[in-house]
Design a protein around this ligand. Sequence first.
Ligand code: NAG
Ligand code: NAG
Ligand code: NAG
Ligand code: NAG
Length: 501
Amino acid sequence: MKLLLTVAQIFLLGLPLAAGKANTDIEHVVVLMLENRAFDHMLGYLTNINSDITGCTPESCSNPIDPTDPGSPLVNLTYDAVYQQSDPCHSISCTTEQVFGYDDSGDATASMTGFIKSYADRTGNTTYAPKIMESFHPSHVPAIYNISQEFAIFDAWHASVPGPTMVNRAYAASATSHGMGTNNPKMEGFGLPQKTMFEQLLDMGLDFKVYFQQFPSVLQHKPMRKPKILPKYHLLDKLFDDLENGDMPEFSWVEPGYFDGVIAGKHVFQATDQHPDHDVSAGDDLIRRIYNAVRASPLWEKTALVITYDEHGGFFDHVPPPSAPNPDGLNSTDDPFDFTRLGVRIPTIIASPLIPKGTVVKSPASGGYEHSSIVSTVVHKLFSAEKGYEEPTFLTKRDEWAATFESVFSLSEPRKDCPTEAPEVVSHRVQFPHVLPKLDGKMPITHLQQEIIDIASMLETEICQSDTEVLLGDKEMKEEGEALEWILNRVESCLGIKVIE
Ligand SMILES: *[C@@H]1O[C@H](CO)[C@@H](O)[C@H](O)[C@H]1NC(C)=O
Ligand SMILES: *[C@@H]1O[C@H](CO)[C@@H](O)[C@H](O)[C@H]1NC(C)=O
Ligand SMILES: *[C@@H]1O[C@H](CO)[C@@H](O)[C@H](O)[C@H]1NC(C)=O
Ligand SMILES: *[C@@H]1O[C@H](CO)[C@@H](O)[C@H](O)[C@H]1NC(C)=O
């Protein structure tokens, strides 16, 4: 360990700090969860700017083409990432290959060497596979790089599960996926039954809103479809209004747009989720817009903006995932897993004027940082008995174990030097016109988009009370643009929210 610690780190190590007055000034938490990017893939470059951050350089990070062959040539990391065409596999089995480098002996160590081979095996495309080692240069995603240096960056935050999107999103909402290990259309469609942090917040007398651009995927949870919850869903524009008017709930969950599409030949939608094959700059611009709005809000001094990712999306990271407790005794059976290991490291950053500039949050002394840390911190620390709230019981063993981050808000007076705006983001379609395809909504739908179609189709029966049989026939959609149009119609008819005026 380095001998020189910043003030923030000393605080995080749990040593008493005279000036520290952690946490209680935060009254609003806004969480934006993006899609499918590993830490080294998105932010690995940061180690060049601050060597205290565990990132990656071309000299220090590589993967063999084939980890099972000791003579296999290495492919080193580059800072050339722009566009990833097909969706790299990141199911539990694929992530296991990537993390353990195809070593399936009982006592295998997480060598983080199987990323290239897994991509090649799963797609059959050996030429393209080394692109999995590409990492973003700060100039291509300026907003996230800027905010991660101005406030706090966690360099030891892992996905909750070494598996796909909806499983990890379930942990963010409820500290478990109720045994779901794959993106499982049946479970998501009928609705995951377990209690969520959203109900805990209501039980405590706190309020929340879900802001979305196209579809709120938290509807995979059955309790999130109750009539009393439906008024909590709003379009993203409402977030900007609420911030400007200083009228925010205690907790805001923000969902990016999951589809590219052009509707009726004129309404152009660009996905902001950063999920491959989408333009990553559109998600960076979403980060910029939300930061700028939070920063300009009269509530800025009392607000924490958390920006995180659901999972690694099959992209490279070099840090072995730690173990963690199974949340509720349930195992995944279709892609077998017992939920005792975290997923690959992903970027998480928090902006607030109560955080010292340049804070780096390392591995906690006990527990681990993963998506259940959000509920653990918000419900059990930020809104605490000290503030007069009755602490609920833990949702599962996982949120009980997860490390909390209230101590990052260590300043007793809000900083006055926080940037009023994050840097402008130039669209990658403009910067690299020959690398990205035309934005026409004609790309084939991804696994995640299919999940969203499945959740949306079940809303018909549960909320609009129409005939599911008819709808299941509708699900055979091929292109993301047509799927988007179908989903926006469901959002209008079942949630009463009109996305296209
Ligand atoms: C590639 O990375 C390995 C470590 O993984 C390192 O030993 C090697 O020197 C690097 N090669 C280059 C050309 O930087
Ligand atoms: C590999 O993927 C790239 C990018 O999608 C594509 O241009 C190329 O044709 C593919 N090659 C093979 C052999 O499939
Ligand atoms: C889940 O898997 C673990 C490890 O293999 C096993 O010990 C446990 O009995 C399983 N639980 C259930 C409910 O099957
Ligand atoms: C972040 O961006 C702002 C405005 O563009 C700039 O003033 C500030 O210096 C940047 N901070 C870092 C660490 O790059």
